[in-house]
Design a protein around this ligand. Structure first.
Ligand code: ZN
Ligand code: ZN
Length: 499
């Protein structure tokens, strides 16, 4: 144990029995996990406030102690991504109003890694004077909002986790970003690698002896350690440093690779915005094409599309098309898969649409085998092009179906039907292991927003692309990185196979 470790442990031993119950619920997740799973002397209030603010307190302790105290599942989060995003956005607004806007903001932790359930909500403010900035925050914000205030950070009250705000200088930003992005085991492995190469990695600097090595960004830190930049979404993989070391990191898909979004809703069903509103948002994101896909008549969505309204929508889309020739607007539909695996819209209607999505919103209490049968029937349908949110999960609420997914993806590949990575916070499905399996089997994959509000079109695509990156997918493995002709050809291939 180093002198620093010993000193930290000593600080952790300061006990305040009375306050712990009060404080416990309000602590940041990392600190709470350590205390929850800890034995004496850690099951007590931690006295150092800067340590409390460290979203992953455990990084400051000797590895053996942490391993003995924290079970492997302690890193599992419970803040849904959509909520974490909104909270971080709101906090930045309030902090900027309270203390002035910093030079830059960065998302940290699970939010930055696109964890569907984040262990923390944390942001980094980069400013020339972090202590002064934090002091202004503390002086200005109401006391009841401040859970813990340290010299270089604060935790703000929020549900279910406090929002942790770290402040740092531009020089220290690359290592702070790396440190607080985590996860713990990745940072620990990097720190060990640094030590083996004669460096010391901390949240404030990469040191060579006593001198800070200048690093302009995270990539420069990895480079000093003889590694390519490890994408944040892959940092939770236990073998990722070995993969990076061997030069085998994939070139992951990026948001800028997406050329169109093929799943979104309008006021014709349960969306908030008009066709024109969604088109405007899609153009602003630089998309070349998009599909309007409202809910079919028997869907359990709060509002659905009747077949008469579908015809009206076709006219409205035609009118918008005439106004905006620079983006291709496809008319599609999101059809509910019925109890027997049929669809609730006749083929004569479906074949006039540009693309057809099919969704299971209801399992009718069916067994996994029965659900798979329903999917198989739908996959065989020549007019069905996409299975949306295939696992039908909702992070933190529904674990999703426990299907023989390999079978589903094989059928998708065989029939020329895409499976979707849905970026809506209530779905985030397919996620990493399943999307990776789908890609390895060769099932066509789409990344869509499933957006119901124009202003969230970009955010939800970003979430979807984050999931694709968690799955290690490249641009070539995602269908909507291609042009609209490729999408049309994909639809036509399945349809003509029928004839
Ligand atoms: Zn749906
Ligand atoms: Zn939808």
């Amino acid at each position: 144990m180093t002198a620093r470790d010993a000193e930290l442990l000593e600080r952790l031993r300061r006990i305040d029995h009375d306050e712990i119950a009060l404080l416990h619920r309000r602590l940041p997740a990392g600190a709470r996990a350590l205390i929850r799973h800890g034995q004496h002397p850690l099951r007590h209030r931690v006295a150092d406030e800067d340590l409390l603010l460290d979203a992953d307190l455990a990084r400051h302790l000797p590895d053996e102690l942490v391993d003995a105290l924290i079970p492997p599942d302690a890193d599992e989060g419970h803040v849904p991504l959509g909520r974490a995003w909104m909270q971080a956005k709101q906090a930045r607004k309030e902090l900027a109003a309270a203390a002035g806007a910093p030079e830059a903001w960065h998302l940290l932790g699970g939010l930055r890694r696109t964890d569907p359930l984040s262990p923390d909500v944390a942001v980094l403010a980069v400013t020339a004077d972090p202590e002064g900035w934090v002091r202004r925050v503390v002086d200005t914000l109401p006391r009841e909002v401040l859970v813990v205030a340290g010299s270089r950070g604060v935790a703000l009250a929020a549900d279910p986790e406090p929002i942790v705000v770290h402040a740092t200088t531009p020089d220290a930003a690359p290592t702070s970003l790396l440190w607080y992005t985590g996860p713990r085991l990745h940072v620990r492995a990097l720190a060990a690698r640094a030590t083996a190469r004669g460096f010391t990695l901390s949240r404030d600097a990469l040191l060579e002896g006593d001198a800070a090595v200048p690093v302009v960004d995270e990539a420069a830190v990895y480079e000093r350690l003889g590694l390519p930049l490890v994408p944040v979404e892959l940092r939770g993989r236990p073998d990722i440093l070995a993969t990076a070391d061997a030069g085998n990191l994939p070139t992951l898909i990026e948001v800028a690779d997406i050329r169109g979004d093929l799943h979104m809703h309008t006021v014709y069903s349960d969306g908030r915005d008009s066709v024109a509103g969604m088109v405007h948002a899609a153009r602003a994101l630089g998309y070349r094409y998009m599909a309007i896909t409202d809910h079919s008549p028997t869907s359990r969505a709060s509002r659905v599309l009747s077949l008469e309204r579908l015809a009206e929508q076709a006219e409205e889309i035609a009118a918008v098309r005439a106004l905006v020739p620079d983006i291709t607007i496809l008319q599609g539909i999101e059809c509910d898969i019925q109890e027997d695996g049929s669809l609730d819209v006749p083929d004569s209607v479906l074949e006039r649409l540009d693309i057809v999505l099919a969704s299971m919103h209801e399992s009718f209490g069916h067994s996994p085998a029965r659900i798979l049968q329903r999917y198989e029937r739908v996959l065989a349908h020549p007019l069905v092009n996409v299975i949306t949110h295939p696992a039908n999960r909702s992070p933190g609420r529904q674990p999703g179906y426990a299907l023989a997914f390999a079978r589903l993806f094989e059928e998708a590949a065989r029939t020329g039907t895409a499976v979707e990575i849905d970026g809506a916070p209530g779905h985030l499905d397919l996620d990493a292991p399943l999307a990776e399996l789908a890609a390895s089997i060769g099932a066509p994959i789409l990344v869509d927003s499933d957006c119901h509000m124009a202003e969230r079109l970009g955010r939800q695509m970003r979430f979807g692309v984050g999931l694709a990156r968690r799955a290690g997918l490249t641009r070539a493995q995602v269908l909507n990185t291609g042009n609209v002709d490729a999408i049309r050809a994909f639809v036509a291939a399945k349809r003509t196979g029928r004839r």
